[in-house]
Each structure stands twice: as C-alpha cells, then as structure tokens.
Design a protein around this ligand. Structure first.
Ligand SMILES: C[S@@+](CC[C@H](N)C(=O)[O-])C[C@H]1O[C@@H](n2cnc3c(N)ncnc32)[C@H](O)[C@@H]1O
Length: 249
C-alpha cells in the first residue's frame, strides 16, 4: 500500500508488537533508527508524496550558493530529496538532528546517494543559527518540541531566511473540534491497520507518543507562523491528520 524507503539491510518495525507492562516515552534511539524507514512509511499517510514534492519545492526555490536546511532530518530522506532537486547550483545541504543513531544512518544514506558533501550537525535544532537559507524543512519535527519552544525556533528560521526562501513545515495535526479530531484519528488508525499494524501496536505506540508528540490545529500553526514573521502560508498537502505548509518570509 505504501512506498517504502527501506534499504535491503533495514528492518521491519515491530517495536510495539509485543504487549509491554509499562510503556516508556518514545525516543529516537538506536532501536527506532534501525526500523525508522519502515515505521514512517507505514505510519504517516502521504510520506512518500511529501518527500517527492520536497524535491520539486527545492528545485523551484533554491537560490544559488545558499543553504538548504533539513531540521530533524532523521535518516536524511528529505535532504536526499532536496539534493535531487538542486544539482549544480552550489548550494550547501545542512542536515540537523539530535539523535546520533539517526545521523549515523543519514550519513550512510548520503554516501549511497552520492551526496558526501552534506553537512551533518548533531545538535538540538534550537541551538543552530540559520543563515543564508533559501529552503528550510521541518518535516514532522516541530511537533516534538515543547509548545512554548516552537515560536522561538520559527523566529530563528525566519530571521535566517532569504527573501525568496521557503519554509516547508509538515506536521501531524489536531482536528479543529472533538468530532473532527476523532474522525481524522480513526482514519489514521485505519491507514496503520491497512499497513499491517495490529490494534495492540497502534495503542502502545500511541501511549509512548503521549506528551512527546503534541499536535496542534491548522489555525494554531497559521497564527504562529504569522507571529514568527512569515507573510504568506499555503497548505499544500493534507491526508487525514497529516499536513504540510509552505511559508514565505
Ligand atoms: C519524525 S522524525 C522526522 C522525520 C524526517 N524529517 C523525515 O522526513 O524522514 C523527528 C526527528 O526529529 C528529531 N528531533 C526531535 N527533536 C529535536 C530537536 N530538538 N533537535 C534536533 N532534532 C530533533 C528526532 O531525533 C527525529 O529524528
């Protein structure tokens, strides 16, 4: 049903397949990194489309000799996609994540895809000064920051962006009211079931993400992006409770 980004050496996600007495909070450690390609493909509706469109958006907006940031890059899949879009413009790709396990795998992926010159930074994205940016990607990363930390990060990105630049912000969202929220969540769970996850896996993963991934409504995202200085925000993708915006300075 979904396009899978696993290489032959990577494993199928069974992290929540067995019943656990106590569910620990979700962390991006070695165990998650080892199965992440499979996990995100089977958990995020439209992930393959978003990754594909990031190449198109980067091709359209990358300015020669500017920086392109992938913030919370995980395995670097969006970085690779941007790299495909911007050949020979002298741009610098910068991939940031605070999980060493993820970045090690990202480095392998960059070599496999002929992108050895990607700058990888193992740090919190809140500590990275954004500069000379024509494209910045937050592909399902902002949702993991404490809510009060989200505006300062977006302001930092806005401050480091060229006038012609774009921010691509993808997020899991909350519905605008309880009924919409329930309906979107049911569709998402149906998607996960169709991709082979059991009800036990879905409920245990949900418990692990509680208070770690905090989704917000589309309206809240729009308001915050405006407050951070972005003058125009377009919703270019939605599938169930997963969306992506393009925001311009
Ligand atoms: C859902 S994954 C992002 C998926 C990835 N962008 C993609 O397109 O495949 C979230 C990533 O953000 C990273 N992350 C979460 N909070 C972070 C922070 N404060 N600083 C840096 N990385 C962070 C995690 O380690 C994880 O790799």
């Amino acid at each position: 049903m979904v396009m899978n980004f696993m290489s032959s050496s990577e494993s199928c996600d069974q992290l929540y397949a067995r019943r656990q007495d106590k569910i620990d909070s979700f962390v991006f450690d070695e165990r998650v990194a080892a199965v992440f390609a499979d996990m995100i493909s089977r958990s995020v509706p439209g992930y393959a489309s978003i990754i594909g469109m990031i190449a198109i958006l980067a091709r359209k907006h990358a300015v020669a000799h500017s920086n392109l940031y992938d913030l919370g890059c995980s395995l670097g899949t969006a970085t690779v996609s941007m790299g495909r879009g911007i050949a020979e413009r002298g741009c610098q790709l910068i991939a940031v994540d605070n999980s060493q396990a993820m970045l090690e795998k990202a480095g392998e992926q960059f070599s496999r895809h002929g992108l050895p010159s990607v700058t990888t930074i193992c740090n919190d994205i809140r500590n990275v000064k954004i500069c000379n940016a024509s494209v910045a990607v937050l592909n399902f990363t902002l949702q993991f920051l404490p809510v009060e930390e989200r505006l300062p990060l977006l302001k930092n990105i806005h401050a480091g962006m060229l006038d012609e630049g774009v921010l691509i912000l993808s997020e899991k969202i909350a519905g605008s009211d309880a009924a919409e929220d329930r309906s979107l969540m049911e569709l998402h769970h149906a998607f996960k079931r169709a991709n082979g996850y059991s009800d036990l896996e879905i409920s245990q993963k949900r418990a692990a993400l509680e208070e770690v991934l905090v989704p917000e409504t589309i309206a809240v995202h729009r308001q915050r992006l405006a407050k951070a200085g972005f003058s125009r925000v377009d919703l270019w993708f939605q599938c169930f409770n997963f969306v992506s915006f393009v925001a311009r300075p």
